[in-house]
Design a binder for this molecule. Structure first.
Ligand SMILES: [Zn+2]
Length: 71
């Protein structure tokens, strides 16, 4: 069964697409605290994962970005 989804890995700072991976739906994790090496930023940046080819990726992206809170 092809019950896999393609996840794109994007730099959380410059939003360059850095790669992709296929994961089983049941193991899909869109929230991650992993950092990924971005060759554009020349630094390790927070990684944004999104389901490839879906508009809803933007919503997921917003949900996974850390909120800046001044409290
Ligand atoms: Zn970057």
């Amino acid at each position: 069964m092809a019950d896999e989804v393609e996840i794109t890995q994007t730099c959380g700072v410059c939003h360059a697409e850095l790669g992709s991976l296929s994961v089983k739906k049941e193991n899909m994790m869109l929230t991650t605290s992993d950092r990924i090496w971005c060759s554009h930023c020349q630094a390790e940046q927070p990684e944004i994962r999104a389901v490839a080819g879906r508009r809803t990726a933007i919503l997921i992206e917003e949900a996974t970005l850390p909120r800046v809170d001044d409290s």
